[in-house]
Design a protein around this ligand. Structure first.
Ligand SMILES: *[C@@H]1O[C@H](CO)[C@@H](O)[C@H](O)[C@H]1NC(C)=O
Ligand SMILES: *[C@@H]1O[C@H](CO)[C@@H](O)[C@H](O)[C@H]1NC(C)=O
Ligand SMILES: *[C@@H]1O[C@H](CO)[C@@H](O)[C@H](O)[C@H]1NC(C)=O
Ligand SMILES: *[C@@H]1O[C@H](CO)[C@@H](O)[C@H](O)[C@H]1NC(C)=O
Length: 604
């Protein structure tokens, strides 16, 4: 492992509150957004609880749960995955082979979703033939709109090199995916005995001396005991920003190099079970695509205390920390702001108008269930944060947060999810701090909601002519119809990502360059500058008015639509290094995993 030179003065992670760096986003013109009320509807149920959620097409989302007594069945047994149709608000069951419990997901450059990792078979009474060990699973799902696609698994040929429960993943600029970290078995936190301090690629690569097999990552050894679901964000220079526990780094996968960054200010932990939300602020031509990350929420409670000494009533962190990831920005360090409410397990959603919605989570306690001394039901957290908050990164520092004036009645705590939809609403689902379906507080939640920002109740732009694929720097024309008074529009290209545990894999916002014709009927748009600005893969394109009113976000694939290079020799080496697939999984001894081990789920 190479180590690039560290940035000595910065390693203390001190808060330079008196010396706040001028943010590139803050240099944008202040924006006036449409005002009005938010809408909230609860039009249906997801059939399985939405632990993981990803929009898969203009009309569908995939929802992944764990094996439990869900109301939805498939092939005569319990379902743990479904597809939601936004037009009908109905679900159809999907039928993975393996248990998707605490798996991750990222799309490949050709638009196929890779779901990876999961949990061991620890549930007695359940027919193993109906559900395989997911710890090393690779599941492929190629989205469709005809209701006929399903999850594909071929465990003998396609699987991870090692066990990964609670990993994260990121799509990179060659259209492949890195699967990073996780545990070899379950638990409340990640300890040295269960840690998997390594990463791997899908499809497997022969790189830096590792032929299709896992590659060590020292950062993951340095971030115990709280590095489940690390935060991963691809940056425009090709590096990946990584944050876990109280630390952050830049990771170069081409050279296998880690460069440490200033730690998270004020001792806040930001990964599960002290989960924060994180986002790359919009990359725009005006800010010269300068990357700035923001991490909100989390917790300062000890990651070495006995979990039973922790409390569901301990306030979470209200801190948001921003850092510009340039040499000067890193030298200036993190800049700290305070949310109106503390939150653990929040989701940060990039809206087409360039703002960020902070939604879901709890105001007290930590993620997980069955661990703290004063559980509520089984929940380690309490006091759900019912009201989403808006954050405008381009506004003056003192006026960035604003209330939505909206409050749901449904707790969205551990195992809840949220995503922007192609239509511009925010789909919110899940919440299930339980080992099997529960109706007591906090219940296993199947109801989903759409939060509709005021922009949805305005006359909206429409457009046609989006190509099925959009190349880098390729110029294409959209036929637009703008609402009366629309004089100026911008183009937001959004990766809707894959949501789980408050971590939103691959979620990003890239503003494309565009020029409106004099008759305001044709918008000439230029594709992303490069694959590091927007990795090849699915994207939703919103034409947005000056006042922040977006069109419907139609789907395209950035790049050529081709899949990533498949190295057959690396794949074979990966497969051969795995003869012990799905065997000899140690029994979990503490925390969440222990509850799982004692849960008995009879076959239906
Ligand atoms: C999309 O949003 C519009 C409001 O602009 C609403 O009328 C319509 O029902 C929404 N469609 C879906 C599928 O959510
Ligand atoms: C259009 O928007 C851009 C960027 O938001 C701004 O720089 C420009 O001045 C606007 N033009 C008009 C005519 O409002
Ligand atoms: C995308 O690439 C992967 C990896 O080669 C492959 O398994 C999958 O079938 C491809 N999807 C499509 C839609 O071609
Ligand atoms: C497993 O991977 C290691 C490291 O790449 C390699 O040396 C070894 O030959 C592989 N084993 C098999 C059976 O291919």
């Amino acid at each position: 492992m190479l180590q690039r030179s560290l940035i000595p003065a910065l390693l203390s992670g001190s808060v330079l509150a008196a010396n706040i760096p001028r943010s590139p986003a803050a240099s944008l013109d202040a924006r006036a957004f449409v005002s009005g009320n938010w809408g909230l509807t609860q039009p249906g149920t997801t059939g399985v609880s939405a632990m993981q959620l990803a929009v898969t097409s203009e009309s569908t989302a995939i929802i992944l749960d764990k094996v439990e007594h869900n109301p939805l069945t498939v092939n005569g047994h319990i379902a743990w995955a479904s597809e939601l149709n936004f037009n009908t608000n109905q679900v159809r069951p999907l039928n993975p082979l393996s248990n998707t419990w605490c798996a991750t997901g990222s799309f490949l450059g050709n638009g196929t979703l890779v779901s990876s990792g999961g949990n061991p078979i620890v549930i007695t009474g359940w027919s193993y033939s109906k559900c395989q060990n997911g710890l090393q699973a690779i599941r492929l799902f190629t989205p469709c709109t005809d209701g006929r696609c399903d999850i594909f698994e071929d465990p003998a040929r396609l699987h991870l090199t090692s066990n990964r429960w609670y990993p994260s993943s990121v799509r990179i600029d060659d259209g492949s995916v890195i699967i990073y970290g996780g545990s070899t078995f379950g638990g409340f936190e990640n300890g040295a005995s269960g840690n998997n301090p390594s990463y791997e690629f899908f499809p497997p690569k022969n790189i830096n001396g590792f032929n299709g097999v896992e590659i060590p990552s020292p950062f993951l050894s340095d971030t115990l005991n709280a590095n489940h679901f690390p935060i991963l964000i691809m940056l425009p220079d090709g590096d990946i920003f990584v944050a876990a526990n109280q630390k952050a780094m830049l990771f170069n996968w081409r050279t296998n190099t880690e460069t440490r960054l200033p730690g998270i200010p004020n001792g806040v932990r930001v990964s599960s079970p002290y989960s924060a939300g994180a986002v790359l602020l919009p990359l725009t031509p005006e800010n010269n695509y300068t990357p700035e990350v923001m991490i909100c929420g989390g917790s300062t409670v000890s990651d070495t205390a006995n979990p039973s000494s922790l409390s569901s009533q301990t306030p979470a962190s209200a801190q948001c920390s921003r850092m510009v990831l340039t040499q000067a920005g890193i030298a200036a360090g993190w800049s700290v702001e305070t949310m109106p409410q503390a939150r653990v397990m929040p989701e940060l959603i990039l809206l087409p108008d360039g703002r960020i919605l902070i939604i879901n989570g709890a105001q007290t306690g930590v993620a997980g269930y069955g661990n703290v001394g004063d559980q509520v039901g089984s929940s380690n957290a309490d006091n759900p944060a019912f009201s989403p908050v808006l954050y405008d990164p381009s506004a003056a520092r003192e006026s960035r947060f604003s209330a939505t004036g909206l409050s749901s009645t449904i707790p969205r705590i551990y195992h809840s999810t949220a995503s922007l939809t192609p239509n511009g609403s925010i789909l919110v689902a899940g919440s299930n701090p339980n080992d099997d379906v529960q109706t007591r507080k906090y219940a296993t939640e199947y109801r989903f909601e759409y939060f509709s920002p005021p922009y949805l109740f305005q006359p909206r732009p429409t457009y046609t002519g989006l190509p099925a694929t959009v190349g880098y720097n390729a110029v294409f024309s959209l036929s637009v119809s703008l609402p009366a008074g629309g004089t100026n529009v911008s183009v937001a290209l959004i990766d809707l990502g894959f949501a789980t545990h408050g971590v939103h894999m691959d979620h990003r916002f890239l503003k494309l360059k565009s020029t409106l014709s004099a008759d305001k009927k044709t918008l000439s748009v230029t594709g992303p500058p490069s694959a590091t600005h927007y990795p090849p893969g699915p994207a939703y394109l919103y034409v947005v008015t000056d006042a922040g009113v977006p069109s419907f976000g139609h789907k395209t694939l950035i790049g050529t639509g081709a899949g990533p290079t498949v190295d057959e020799a690396a794949m074979t080496n990966n497969a051969q290094n795995n003869s012990a697939f799905a065997s000899s999984v140690p029994s979990p001894t503490a925390g969440e995993g222990a509850n799982v081990a004692t849960a008995v789920i009879p076959a239906p």
